[in-house]
Design a protein around this ligand. Structure first.
Ligand code: SF4
Length: 344
């Protein structure tokens, strides 16, 4: 095995907002990538549980955010994220990032934030919460995200296409900071496109999500999974078993592709097209495959639910480690900004 000097490892930062449990869309979209990354000696992965960011649009529901911090940590550990390889930490327990956000807020204009395409889309989706006037905190979340990334010298940030404007905004802040306060104080992050297609919902919606009611959660019981799969959208043209079907427009076939062995998946499609497969049996087979695939995750989840002290220990130690890194960055930042009073 190749030995890589720890100092030369690239820090790689990913994160989630603690607003709900993880579903299979997250599993195929980001968890699998993280599991691969933690096995690569070239990287030092950090996972941020972004509770401060979650509060920007859940400020009126702190219980939800608090509860989901631990839920998220349990999901990570159940999926195989190994705290010896990946540092999991809580955003609000790193006050340095809040401090850095304040310094960065001088380097970004309100007009620039309003033009950020990701923010624009999200504000439009949150009309119900914000009405006609968005909060300062929500508009400014790309600034605090830039602080999260740079506080950890996050060099590589795995993102989906829709997140690219946020990384660009972070790079702009870094360039501006370095041009005013000193060359190369901060590192510019690079994005790595995760390349994973977004997993569609059971109803065929492009997005899987809690608010859409179309998700299968990693923590769902076998009964819940079966119930959800039985309600999935199929080829509407099929009424009887011998009607010729089209698996290309059926969500059951779509999930078979993810959860069923390749040869069996081919058989599903062939039999469907030939009118030799009943939708009920097809759904039952899929439900069983999903239940079997998620079984080890569910088992581990049971263990961590019964041992909350182990989950807390992972979070406390991860946050402690992350904070050490953040403190080092703040020292550099304060020195560059001439805020290092009373230091020799
Ligand atoms: Fe979908 Fe299976 Fe029914 Fe074909 S047989 S339409 S793949 S559920």
């Amino acid at each position: 095995k190749r030995v890589v000097n720890k100092m030369s490892k690239k820090r790689i930062l990913t994160g989630d907002r603690p607003t709900g449990r993880l579903h299979i869309g997250h599993y195929f979209g980001s968890i699998k990538t993280r599991l691969k990354l933690q096995e690569n000696d070239e990287y030092e992965p950090f996972i941020l549980i972004a509770d401060v960011q979650a509060l920007t649009d859940n400020f009126n529901n702190p219980e939800k955010v608090r509860k989901n911090v631990r839920e998220l940590a349990i999901d990570y550990l159940s999926c195989g994220i190994d705290p010896n390889k990946t540092t999991i930490y809580i955003q609000s327990m790193i006050p340095e990032t809040a401090e850095l956000t304040v310094f960065y807020s001088n380097l970004v204009t309100i007009a620039r934030l309003q033009r950020n395409p990701t923010v624009k889309t999200e504000i439009a989706q949150k009309k119900e919460l914000f009405g006609e006037s968005v909060t300062y905190g929500f508009l400014g979340y790309p600034v605090s995200q830039a602080a999260d990334i740079t506080c950890f010298d996050g060099e590589l940030i795995p993102v989906g296409e829709d997140q690219l404007p946020l990384i660009e905004q972070c790079r702009e802040i870094v360039r501006k900071f370095n041009s005013i306060y000193g060359k190369d104080v901060l590192k510019e992050p690079k994005e790595v496109l995760s390349g994973q297609a977004r997993i569609k919902g059971l109803d065929g919606n492009e997005k899987m999500g809690k608010s859409l009611g179309n998700a299968i959660y990693l923590s769902d019981s076998p009964e819940e999974i079966t119930k959800k799969v039985m309600g999935a959208v199929t080829d509407p043209g099929r009424i009887k078993k011998d009607d010729l079907g089209n698996p290309d427009i059926c969500m059951v076939a779509y999930y078979h592709k993810l959860f069923t062995k390749e040869d069996d998946y081919k058989k599903v499609c062939e039999e469907c097209r030939a009118g030799k497969r009943g939708c009920v049996a097809c759904k039952k087979e899929l439900a069983k495959n999903i239940i079997d695939t998620l079984e080890p995750i569910r088992e581990k989840r049971k263990y961590y639910e019964a041992h909350p002290e182990e989950v807390d220990k992972v979070l406390i130690e991860g946050t402690k480690k992350a904070r050490e890194v953040a403190k080092e960055t703040m020292k550099k930042v304060k020195k560059a900004m001439m805020l290092n009073y009373f230091e020799n």
